[in-house]
Design a protein around this ligand. Structure first.
Ligand SMILES: CC(C)(COP(=O)(O)OP(=O)(O)OC[C@H]1O[C@@H](n2cnc3c(N)ncnc32)[C@H](O)[C@@H]1OP(=O)(O)O)[C@@H](O)C(=O)NCCC(=O)NCCS
Length: 189
């Protein structure tokens, strides 16, 4: 594999457009607005939600993320439907030697249940397997996050196992399990 990956700025699906996120004030304003109006929806499952308290926090996040993108450790796309920013999807912990990475995603509550994340995951994994030549994509989620488990299953991710009580979740105030799913480049299951 090449030492550097070339990330396309824009990826297109049937209904969605994914645009790589940048440390840009205008985008940070949109991002903060969507996060701020979806806190109840995100809080149980996205530990970073509480760290985004202001526009400054959002911008700082995008500057930090950009450094990692330049290092080929993470790539993140904003999800757009009819020009509206509705959430994000990223591949993080990219390991060029082992050709692997992990996917993370979230969507605005009023856009959930329309098949958008299934479409966004299909778009980004095609890019990761075909253009970045990754061999393995991991997807982890809480067993009670039924929508996320369903996305993994609809996209043919294989359940490898469950880490028992591997982290303490401040929202639930208890130790939680984590399901580990993965998909390989040349294997459907
Ligand atoms: C998880 C999330 C990204 C899913 O996005 P989405 O666009 O709604 O996903 P899709 O519509 O592609 O698929 C969701 C599926 O889960 C199903 N689903 C949703 N809630 C469910 C529930 N409580 N129980 C069972 N199934 C459920 C939907 O019906 C749909 O299945 P279907 O297409 O067979 O009807 C979105 O709910 C979200 O942003 N949640 C909060 C953040 C989060 O959890 N991120 C992932 C962390 S691992």
């Amino acid at each position: 594999m090449e030492k550097k990956l070339k990330f396309n700025e824009i990826l297109k699906g049937k209904r969605l457009i994914l645009k790589s996120t940048k440390p840009d004030v205008n985008f940070a304003i949109k991002y903060f607005k969507v996060v701020d109006s979806n806190r109840q929806h995100l809080r149980p499952w996205m530990s970073w939600e509480k760290d985004v308290r202001s526009l400054e926090d959002a911008l700082r996040y995008f500057f930090e993320k950009e450094k990692k993108t330049n290092n080929c450790e993470v790539v993140e796309y904003g999800i757009y439907c009819q020009d509206n920013y509705i959430g994000s999807i990223s591949i993080f912990d990219i390991d060029l030697e082992n050709k692997s990475g992990e996917v993370g995603y979230w969507l605005s509550a009023n856009e959930a249940g329309k098949g958008y994340m299934t479409e966004a995951l299909t778009i980004i994994e095609k890019e990761a397997f075909d253009n970045w030549q990754l061999n393995r994509i991991q997807l982890t989620c809480d067993p009670e996050n039924k929508a996320s488990v369903k996305v993994a299953k609809k996209c043919n991710y294989v359940l490898e196992g469950m880490k028992r009580q591997d982290f303490f979740c401040p929202y639930f105030k208890q130790f939680r399990d984590t399901l580990i799913f993965s998909k390989l480049r040349n294997k459907i299951s």
